[in-house]
Design a protein around this ligand. Sequence first.
Ligand SMILES: C[S@@+](CC[C@H](N)C(=O)[O-])C[C@H]1O[C@@H](n2cnc3c(N)ncnc32)[C@H](O)[C@@H]1O
Length: 284
Amino acid sequence: MAETWTVLKILQWTAGYFKEKGIDGGRLDAEILLADVLKLNRVGLYLNFDRPLSSDEQAAFRERVARRARREPVQYILGTTEFWSLPLQVTPDVLIPRADTEILVEEALKKIAGSGAILDVGTGSGAIAIALAHELPEARIDAIDISPAALAVAEANARHNGLAERVNFRQADLYHLSGGPYGLIVANPPYIPGAEMSGLMPEVRDFEPHLALLGGDADGLAAYRALATEAGRLLQPDGWLLVEVGLGQAEAVDRIFIRAGLQDLFVRDDYAGVPRVVGGRNLR
Ligand SMILES: C[S@@+](CC[C@H](N)C(=O)[O-])C[C@H]1O[C@@H](n2cnc3c(N)ncnc32)[C@H](O)[C@@H]1O
């Protein structure tokens, strides 16, 4: 007789399997993937521990488990994530937006008056631009990316959140920016130094777009140099440049901003205490 797989039994088995594969937080991932298959939320799973899975449900779950065991991020398997409590589609063409990036949104909201002009550089899934459009109904928002595939995802995300009219997405290279003047420029640019790419977790290194990760110059900071240099031309007087930085990069980016003549510099830590956002103002 075929074995009966209940919700609880398959979760326990999968958590152990993910652990063997070196995946941290495997039980949570198992729950998220199973909830997706069964069209339940996680509380629903807990209320249905004894429910047997049909053979179709088992097959659909097995396919997701196999992908996760190969270290594909859960968000790509589901095709969705949340940023700023807004649902966003994610495909392998875009970086999975991180909770840390919400710090950049929080700081941006402190710096911009409601009706200002904003530029989001390297918009990816559109996460930052869409969160700002959601919070600032009067703001005019441009969002650029060099990747047409990423822009298609960002546009779909703006549409699904009812914000398509609020963000002007266009293809552009951050090293040749035009437009403005902006009251605020925000960017979470690629910032991983080339020498560090091979040491990234497989979820990041093998699945997220390298275009979104690999920063230019040996130290990964080329995008910050370009943005700081161009800030005087693109920002209105008093306008702010706010960027997300990688682990250990805040001091160097701060120095880049000082050398470029930006003023009122500040650094904001994320909730893990890591300096995460650097900001400076165009007072020329
Ligand atoms: C770290 S991801 C950030 C995505 C999104 N803003 C977020 O915070 O989740 C960097 C983005 O910059 C884009 N990018 C890389 N090089 C670029 C360039 N030269 N000009 C414009 N965008 C670029 C990538 O395609 C990617 O979408």
